[in-house]
Design a binder for this molecule. Structure first.
Ligand code: SAM
Ligand code: SF4
Length: 431
């Protein structure tokens, strides 16, 4: 979501004649878009500012803005502790960025804008063309969260759930496809909680899938509680919807899920996967896990291991519990640090083994790859198969934006290497 936000910030600042630069030392304005989900986020801001100061030691100071969730959560502290920062802008206030920059061009005095103006933000952004021209583009459809998992800062930093209008989203999706997008990744902290007037998430997917040149639709991140039967039907009926779903479960223990206020059980989670496999047998899953949540016993942890083995997640993102100030879990008695670390190490080893075995089985198989970009080394193209696996092939032809059938020849845990399948004398074969 920060990548989408950063692109929109670029679109906004073009209006006041600012443009992105690859050379930081050339910058007149430096914007750091931040994430606050786990610890050390604020430390990272201070480190980055330290590095920036060094780069500008012999030059006039640029305007320095901190955007995103760290600005929302710790704006005043940042301004007080680091005088090099000129302004902090929360994630629902970045539509005010031009006004802020113009003010700071005239006079540098600290500015804090951290209201929750989400309606105003999207109103301003809707009037502005999305100029992102990536083959695979993000589109934020929903923001914020009303679920209040006890460990999570999102409801406090991004605010309450808000869904953009279906009409606006179809317009923006069309713009992205006109710019060259062939895949759209619909974004939201609770993307499948999307609900605008009478339109549900599945309605939006079906509407966007009508865009002719759009070949693939993905979404992230969905929540088990909002995984309704109409969304499962969309996976059955919409060919463009990719058979790969990131569905965070967090733990394999019902006791821990309840303590986290996740509002779903392991059995309910597995039931969703079962229904999805029934309608789309090739579907694969990835998930998020928090290891060492307060109260997690060895038995709870072992249940999480059981769950990853049972499902065979092709990707697992695991994090040690990180106590976030202001969340209800912050004050809970913690699992011993050493125990939690050992569990995380073991969990990640098992999750990697599952992933590696899955990747090995792909060797000599044929997959459909949407190519996103040419690699710096030249004549090599990067793309993703339907299950979001990274695939690299060599080609004399420009493959950007094309979907090709690729035979996987080799690979490691991160990348697969393949060859475009030759089709009866033709150089390559479009799927
Ligand atoms: N909305 C999504 C859901 O309900 O699962 C998750 C969004 S959250 C931005 C991304 C991931 O960060 C979570 O799934 C969780 O695993 C992890 N996370 C959030 N807060 C955390 C914390 N305090 N400690 C460790 N991991 C955390
Ligand atoms: Fe955070 Fe996701 Fe829970 Fe919302 S549903 S509080 S975003 S983990």
């Amino acid at each position: 979501m920060n990548e989408y936000d950063s692109n929109r910030i670029f679109d906004l600042t073009k209006k006041i004649k600012y443009e992105p630069t690859k050379d930081i030392t050339e910058a007149d304005c430096y914007i750091l878009n931040t994430c606050h989900i786990r610890e050390k986020a604020t430390d990272k801001v201070y480190h980055d500012i330290g590095r920036l100061k060094k780069k500008f030691r012999n030059k006039p100071k640029p305007i320095v803005l901190i955007a995103g969730c760290v600005a929302q959560a710790e704006g005043n502290i940042l301004l007080k502790n680091e005088k090099y920062i000129d302004a902090v802008l929360g994630p629902q206030s970045y539509h005010q960025i031009n006004k802020t920059i113009l003010k700071l061009e005239k006079k540098k005095s600290p500015i804090n804008i951290t209201e929750f103006d989400v309606i105003e933000k999207f109103d301003s952004l809707n009037s502005l063309k999305n100029t992102n021209n990536k083959v695979s583009s993000f589109l934020t459809i929903q923001e914020g969260c009303d679920k209040f998992c006890k460990f999570c800062v999102v409801p406090y930093t991004r605010g309450a759930e808000f869904s953009r209008s279906l009409e606006e989203l179809v317009i923006e999706a069309n713009q992205l496809v006109k710019n060259g997008a062939r895949e759209i990744n619909l974004l939201g902290q609770n993307v499948n909680a999307y609900n605008f007037e009478k339109s549900k998430f599945s309605d939006l997917i079906l509407e966007i899938s009508k865009i002719k040149d759009l070949k693939r639709i993905r979404y992230t991140t969905s929540h088990p509680r909002d995984f309704t039967d109409d969304l499962i039907d969309a996976h059955k009926n919409c060919e463009k919807l990719m058979p790969f779903i990131h569905l965070p479960v967090q733990s394999g223990s019902n006791k821990i899920l309840e303590a986290m206020n996740r509002k779903h059980t392991v059995e309910e989670y597995l039931e969703i996967l079962k229904k999805l496999i029934e309608v789309k047998p090739e579907v694969k899953f990835s998930s998020d896990f928090i290891i060492g949540y307060p109260g997690e016993t060895n038995e709870d942890y072992k249940n999480t291991i059981k769950l990853i083995k049972k499902v065979g997640f092709i990707n697992s993102y695991s994090f040690m519990f990180s106590p976030r100030p202001g969340t209800p879990a912050f004050d809970l008695a913690r699992v011993d640090d050493g125990i939690a670390k050992n569990r995380l190490i073991e969990f990640q080893r098992i999750a990697e083994d599952i992933k590696n075995n899955y990747k090995k089985k792909l060797i000599n198989k044929t997959v459909n790859v949407l190519f996103e970009n040419e690699m710096k080394s030249g004549n090599r193209y990067f793309g993703r198969d339907e299950h979001f696996n990274s695939v690299i092939v060599e080609s004399e032809d420009n493959l950007v934006g094309a979907i090709k059938k690729v035979k996987i020849i080799n690979g490691n845990q991160n990348t697969l290497y393949g060859e475009i399948i030759l089709n009866l004398g033709q150089t390559n074969y479009a799927a």
